[in-house]
Design a binder for this molecule. Structure first.
Ligand SMILES: [Fe+2]
Length: 292
């Protein structure tokens, strides 16, 4: 990840706590610019998946795989103990479990003393995302480690013909991974994560923004904003879409390719009068006004 440019939020109602990007000289070489690149959250994240490393389901279809790796501090060397790693992916028939209490192919683990995490599951398959886009097979990962920006990313697999045409995967070559075939017919994928600090919004500021908003031109159309782990989310059918603070009252949906970023820009007229516009930088925007 390129170190994020620090954006001043001075004189505005939403203020930021910041940490600068990290590179240091360790006596031999510069270290620290190894942070894992992020990727879009996608519409299917659900928090609160069960604590388990084994996601297998009796009678399931699909190829067995073990996904493992280390979560590392920003020096790219020191293991991060007790980081929360959440994995979610579709099943062998392209389906995400967005509603059931079983949280199929969704799980949470904490890293051990050496920063290790492991999941036993099946390889996800490519799926039709609509609009002519076939998404390559991918794992979704969210890593939460105190002191760092929570990381949302996706892991792709070498040999998947859909990677080249996917706007996210094709720019994520560091996350297109080898799938090693083992003697017993199962597979192994390894992925290490380097954490990175970045901007976060003060909780009190975020609290002002949450609530129900009505479309300026169509009051029947509403959007519900809520906060979860210091980020702003738009409610959807599964849980929500996350937006991260970028400074100057602007939030961005992580992490669309250049030119496709989606921004929410807030205008805080008074504590009872807040509106935001949402859309791409040079595209059409919709404006929503907070319901009092
Ligand atoms: Fe997905």
């Amino acid at each position: 990840m390129k170190r994020r440019q620090f954006i001043s939020a001075a004189a505005l109602s939403v203020t930021a706590m910041s940490t600068f990007g990290f590179i240091k000289f360790d006596g031999e070489k510069y270290v620290g610019d190894c942070a894992t690149t992020s990727d879009i959250l996608g519409p299917f994240y659900r928090p609160g998946s069960p604590m388990r490393s084994n996601l297998h389901i009796p009678g399931e279809k699909g190829e067995k795989v073990t996904l493992s790796g280390k979560i590392l501090h920003q020096d790219c060397t020191t293991p991060y103990k007790n980081a929360k790693v959440e994995l979610w992916h579709c099943d062998a028939t392209e389906v995400y479990d967005n509603t059931s209490d079983e949280f199929r192919y969704r799980g949470t683990v904490m890293t051990d003393d050496e920063g290790n995490y492991t999941f036993d599951t099946i390889l996800p398959v490519p799926y039709d995302a609509g609009g002519g886009l076939i998404r390559p097979a991918h794992f979704h990962l969210m890593v939460t480690a105190e002191g760092y920006q929570s990381l949302i990313t996706q892991l792709y697999f070498k040999g998947d013909e859909n990677v080249a045409g996917d706007p996210w995967a094709s720019r994520s070559t560091d996350r297109v991974l080898d799938v090693e075939k083992l003697a017993d017919g199962s597979n192994k994928v390894i992925y290490n994560v380097g954490m990175a600090p970045t901007l976060a919004v003060e909780t009190a500021s975020l609290a002002k923004l949450i609530g129900t908003y009505q479309n300026e031109t169509d009051p029947e159309s509403t959007i519900e904003l809520f906060d979860y782990e210091n980020d702003l989310w738009i409610k959807n059918e599964a849980f929500g879409s996350k937006f991260s603070y970028r400074g100057n009252n602007v939030f961005e949906s992580p992490n669309n390719p250049e030119g496709l970023e989606v921004y929410m820009t807030f205008e805080i007229i008074s504590s009872n009068s807040i509106k935001f516009s949402i859309g791409r930088e040079n595209g059409e925007k919709r404006t929503f006004i907070k319901k009092s």
